[in-house]
Design a protein. Structure first.
Ligand SMILES: Nc1ncnc2c1ncn2[C@@H]1O[C@H](COP(=O)(O)OP(=O)(O)OP(=O)(O)O)[C@@H](O)[C@H]1O
Ligand SMILES: [Mg+2]
Length: 335
């Protein structure tokens, strides 16, 4: 194209323990990571109190300033724990009938009255039997309100809010047509996402993550959480003489859920081509080996693969890349 525009988008991922940001500018299909940042900050979404929102706004503004962010256009993720997603197959319908049909279906899946939720959906595929496969997401309105308040108070303009899984797919999967199980091991929780042909098919949340491991190490060795965290990062699963055995059940639990999904998927006559381990805990030494008895190739996600950035940033960014996948995927959203 002759004319091209240069626009920057700031991706913001507010996790349970970290806020992560990435600013990307896209021009002629080249995506440049302009800046990024990460700060440790607990955010409790249930806290709709003004005080908690004000605290998050302050931390976010500080992070934005320190990272040299130059845009106020934001794409942010909604926490998995607060979003309900479901894939549903609908019979052939006229466009005018679609909304009512989706609301009818949604009532079966969401635990709150439909009037207290915001529903959105996207068509995954038109199937050969005439049915339409749809990804339905439902977010409680009070969650949306707290997020919008944060962005308004931080003087940011949210251009889109989306679920974490879609951002991960954009950052890590791209054109891969295969069947992939993404295992996103965060701090307080782990999210399993089945992706087929680039589409999200199923998500599952497990309330365990890297912080659960740190706590177990601290309890068993009677050391502080700070020391336990360092121990975990240094030795992971590779030094069984140093790291207590009782962290294994946490990971075994995660693996067993992953295997269960694999079983369900195989029962449909299909197979995961890859299991992609992502999230901060993907850095845990020995974690890939721990999953190696699953019948699929174990890989890590590389959110930097689609980006260009100054070469001198590479060593530093590489250390944080796993943690930044969601923020990068958000900032890559077409705008
Ligand atoms: N080098 C490392 N080795 C092992 N664990 C690590 C390493 N770096 C970070 N972690 C762990 O990753 C976790 C943070 O991951 P991440 O940033 O993906 O979480 P989050 O998105 O804030 O949490 P959640 O997804 O639960 O809301 C922490 O438990 C941290 O201890
Ligand atoms: Mg996360």
């Amino acid at each position: 194209m002759f004319f091209s525009s240069k626009k920057s988008i700031l991706g913001i991922d507010i996790g349970t323990t970290n806020i992560k940001i990435a600013q990307i500018t896209s021009k002629d299909n080249v995506h440049t990571l302009e800046t990024y940042g990460l700060v440790n900050a607990a955010f409790d979404i249930d806290e709709t109190k003004e005080e908690s929102i004000a605290k998050t706004v302050l931390i976010l503004k500080n992070l934005i300033e320190k990272s040299g962010v130059s845009t106020n256009k934001v794409v942010a993720s909604l926490p998995n724990s607060a979003v309900f997603t479901s894939v549903i197959d609908l019979p052939p319908l006229k466009d005018s009938e679609l909304k009512a049909a989706i609301e009818f279906e949604a009532k079966k899946y969401v635990p709150l009255p439909i009037t207290e939720m915001t529903l959105s959906w996207s068509v995954i595929e038109k199937m050969s039997d005439g049915k339409t496969r749809i990804l339905l997401t439902a977010v409680p309105n009070n969650v949306l309100r707290s997020y919008l308040k944060i962005f308004q108070q931080a003087k940011l303009e949210p251009v889109a809010l989306e679920i974490e899984a879609l951002a991960l797919i954009r950052a890590l999967i791209g054109d891969d047509k295969g069947s992939i199980l993404i295992v996103d091991v965060g701090a307080k929780s782990t999210h399993l996402n089945i992706v087929e042909n680039g589409n999200l098919l199923l998500t599952r949340n497990i309330p365990m993550g890297g912080d659960t491991i740190t706590q177990k190490i601290a309890e068993s060795l009677k050391i502080s959480l700070v020391r336990a965290e360092q121990f975990k990062k240094d030795f992971g699963l590779t030094q069984s003489n140093l790291i207590p055995e009782n962290i294994k059940p946490i990971l075994a639990n995660i693996k067993s859920e992953a295997k269960q999904l694999q079983g369900i998927y195989q029962a449909r006559g299909k197979k995961f081509d890859k299991i992609m381990i992502v999230g901060g805990t993907a850095n845990l030494p020995g974690l890939n080996e721990f999953f190696s008895d699953m019948d699929a190739k174990i890989v890590n996600g590389d959110p930097l693969s689609k980006l260009t950035f100054p070469a001198d940033l590479k060593p530093v960014i590489s250390q944080y890349a796993e943690n930044l996948s969601v923020a990068i995927g958000l900032a890559l959203r077409a705008h």
